[in-house]
Design a protein around this ligand. Structure first.
Ligand SMILES: [Zn+2]
Length: 219
């Protein structure tokens, strides 16, 4: 089994709720998720310069969109916003119930250690999962929702999710790491996603249009 150890003391306890109290609540929206083939997934997100109502709204919408899609992480590019913002909530995963949901602004990897392989999926690439090798331990510097600079040491699933989401902010997708043979095998399925021919239980954007996907049972 994978080692899922991590040190919770490094996690900033600032939650979106506390920020909302300070800045005033706005209605939260589930945004459509941009899927494979959408150019915004290949663009580099811009550095957040300050926290304003736009960033608070973006973070809240990211959390809402992620939860609606039963994801454990989501990056701003995926909802069509080119801001270096990501959210993570892995509390539904066994062994990670005590990790508070996190919003990271301007995250950057400052050190990496070791390598491990884990199967990944992505809300922007529905129905495709594959093994990806990434660093085992990472240190990430970011700004929290109070715009304070923080650092987090993460390993196991938490490090994995953070690296996956930071990649999104750089225009990188997990399928980019797959070898040429796997890439070739997946081409047909990726093209289907590009055309919006996927069944997912959350709203998506494919081929430049918003598609309200049919809801599957249980959502
Ligand atoms: Zn993803």
């Amino acid at each position: 089994m994978f080692d899922l150890y991590f040190r919770p003391t490094y996690i900033s306890p600032v939650t979106v709720a506390t920020v909302t109290d300070k800045l005033g609540a706005t209605p939260v929206s589930v945004l459509p998720i941009h899927t494979y083939g959408q150019s915004i997934l290949r663009k580099k997100a811009r550095t957040v310069q300050k926290i304003g109502p736009d960033i608070v709204k973006l973070v809240e919408d990211l959390f809402e969109t992620m939860r609606n899609a039963h994801g454990i992480g989501l990056a701003a590019n995926q909802v069509g916003a080119l801001q270096r913002v990501l959210v993570v909530d892995i509390r539904d995963v066994e062994g990670w119930e005590n990790v508070p949901p996190m919003a990271l602004l301007n995250p950057e990897v400052i050190s990496e250690e070791g390598k491990w392989v884990m199967e990944e999926g992505c809300l922007s690439i529905p129905e495709i999962r594959d093994d990806v090798e990434r660093a085992e331990k990472v240190r990430i510097r970011y700004r929290d929702m109070g715009f304070e600079v923080r650092e987090i040491d993460a390993e196991g699933l938490l490090g994995r999710v953070l690296l996956h989401e930071i990649d999104h902010l750089k225009g990188v997708l997990f399928v980019d790491y797959l070898g040429p043979v796997k890439q070739k095998l997946l081409k047909g399925r990726l093209n289907k996603i590009r055309r919006g021919e996927v069944e997912v239980a959350y709203p998506i954007v494919a081929e430049g249009e918003t598609v309200m996907a049919e809801n599957k049972v249980g959502d």
